[in-house]
Design a protein around this ligand. Structure first.
Ligand code: GTP
Ligand code: MG
Length: 526
């Protein structure tokens, strides 16, 4: 091979199977070589491809980045490079690398992994690796690791999270941390996180070329079956990405939708989630990742049978959407009626609003000694609950627990949960619950404020309850309260929703506000 390379001034390569037979011969240029197209044929994740690549090279470079990418993407058994002396054509050192089966495990244990192992460079005459033994021991190890990983995470999606940012770094990290929490709440196993900083987002693939390769390699190594992007992706981006990676690709809004779908209990909740999901799906159906037809139709560019089927699908989805919208409107009317009858009974309403996981349901439970579902996962509450509460001075009020907010709440979701959120609009007072122990508390207050603005709810008086104060020092709560008052002028009260006796200042503050409302003539309804 060295001789031929020297004669032709081209790189020459072969792919050799495990019996030692040459299956492919490749002739490249002076500086590069192309692997044959194996199409999308995937190799079982417990094995390598059964082919090792050996090619010549003139540069003094050892294994190039391309070599390593090919090794990983094609899951080759081994990649070897023979250095050819430009003047004599004699073979020099041989450099080789193989993939490491332990990458996934290392990643879980130490947070980083070296995907490759390099063999000691040697002259061709001195190579004495027992290749069949090496490769079969690697495959055995790989199968063992996967087996144990799989039994630990039976049936759960295994994901790599990806964030691409053009902004400041801290923001992206914070957002990714939240994405990881969302993934956890959706019962997805997070295998790795990748953040890329770029001057601009690639309109087609979001990530740059090199990063996309890296992502592919990573996902193969750790056995990911789903990629979750932190930002909203356009339908075209989802398609290019899922074609390029051959994996399920979803974005943050879809992840939130999935959580809502998992959680929805009541008929109303389920209706609203389905509506949001279909609205999200509709524009993506044209070239959806799930339809084999859509790829075909796109590929041949004609109006094939696939497209006709898609049109029917789209029509069906649209019909269902308008049906659901009617039902949601009906529900919203029912709620309005119920609200009216409450107003007639002149019971003031207080709504607990706030970021997801802030402790709204816990607060409602402690305030009213009830047993509303509260848990560490995000979006534990989807269905609003109301409870009566007797405040000091014999005032009776209704307290509403509500759906938690999150930054970049998907628009479709807000629209679909209109009926639920309208419940807030009838309130006389908002108690904005904040998780004071979160490092992002201030940011979360801003996100909630923005959503309240979007929902036109800023007219309603608001008290901020700095919750979970048992987890932080008094000074920290004090500091947070100062920061918040810089952003907006509202009263802040520190509480701990799990300690009944810490709630007195809040209850007093609520009673005061409610008293103020009841004594204002124009809000008294008959
Ligand atoms: N240490 C501590 N934990 C709290 C406090 N309040 C709530 N929690 C915990 O925080 C978690 C979330 O509480 P939830 O009441 O479910 O929060 P939520 O605001 O209703 O959340 P969503 O319904 O998901 O929007 C639970 O694990 C609670 O036990 C508190 O004052 N101190
Ligand atoms: Mg809740």
């Amino acid at each position: 091979m060295s001789e031929l390379s020297h004669e032709t001034r081209r790189q020459i390569g072969v792919l050799v199977n495990r019996k030692g037979q040459v299956e492919y011969v490749m002739v490249g240029t002076a500086t590069g070589i192309e692997m044959p197209d194996f199409g999308r044929a995937r190799v079982s994740t417990d094995r390598f491809r059964g082919l090792r690549c050996i090619h010549t090279q003139f540069n003094d470079e050892k294994l190039t980045r391309d070599d390593l990418t090919d090794l990983a993407l094609l899951r080759l058994d081994l990649m070897s490079v023979i250095q050819v002396d430009r003047s004599t054509g004699l073979p020099g050192l041989v450099y080789s690398a193989h993939l490491l089966p332990t990458a996934a495990q290392d990643l879980a244990e130490n947070g980083n992994a070296t995907p490759y192992e390099f063999l000691e460079p040697a002259l061709p005459s001195q190579l004495d690796v027992n290749f069949p033994e090496l490769i079969s021991s690697l495959e055995d190890e790989m199968a063992r690791i996967r087996l144990s990983a799989r039994s630990r995470q039976e049936g759960r999606d295994r994901a790599i999270l990806v964030g691409v940012t053009t902004g400041p770094g801290g923001d992206a990290e914070e957002s990714m941390a939240e994405l990881a929490e969302l993934a956890l709440s959706a019962d997805v196993v997070v295998l790795d996180k990748i953040i890329q900083r770029r001057s601009r987002i690639d309109p087609k693939t979001v990530l740059g070329r090199g990063k996309l390769d890296e992502l592919l390699i990573r996902s193969m190594q750790v056995g990911a079956d789903i990629i979750v992007f932190d930002q909203e992706l356009s339908p075209t981006q989802v398609r290019s990405l899922s074609v390029a990676t051959d994996l399920k690709v979803i974005d943050r809004p879809q992840l939130i939708l999935d959580i809502f779908a998992q959680r929805a209990q009541s008929r109303e909740g389920k209706l609203q989630v389905e509506l949001a999901q279909l609205k999200y799906l509709l524009p993506r159906l044209v070239m959806g990742q799930n339809s084999a037809f859509s790829r075909l139709a796109g590929g041949i560019g004609g109006r094939g049978p696939g497209e006709t089927k898609l049109e029917t699908d789209r029509r069906r989805v649209r019909d269902r959407i308008s049906q659901l919208e009617k039902q949601v409107t009906a529900l919203s009317r029912q709620r309005q009626e119920r609200r009216k009858s409450r107003v007639q009974r002149a019971l003031p309403t207080i709504s607990l609003v706030g970021y997801t996981n802030a402790g709204k349901s816990t607060l409602l439970n402690t305030l009213t000694s009830s047993d509303v579902h509260a848990e560490k996962k995000m979006f534990a509450t989807l269905d609003p609950t109301s409870r009566r509460l007797r405040l000091p001075f014999e005032q009776e009020v209704i307290v509403n627990d509500t759906v938690g907010f999150i930054r970049d709440l998907p628009e479709d979701l807000v629209a679909a949960f209109r009926a639920t959120l309208e419940e807030i609009s009838g309130s006389d007072l908002l108690v904005h619950v904040v998780d004071a122990s979160s490092p992002h508390a201030r940011q979360q207050v801003l996100s909630v404020t923005k959503i309240l603005e979007d929902l036109k709810l800023t007219e309603i008086p608001e008290i901020i309850a700095l919750n979970k104060s048992d987890l932080v020092s008094e000074e920290e709560v004090e500091m947070l309260s100062k920061h918040i008052s810089l952003d907006k002028s509202v009263d802040c009260v520190a509480i701990s929703a799990i300690r009944r006796n810490s709630l007195l200042p809040l209850i007093e503050s609520m009673a005061e506000r409610v008293a103020a409302i009841s004594s204002t003539p124009d809000t008294v309804t008959v």
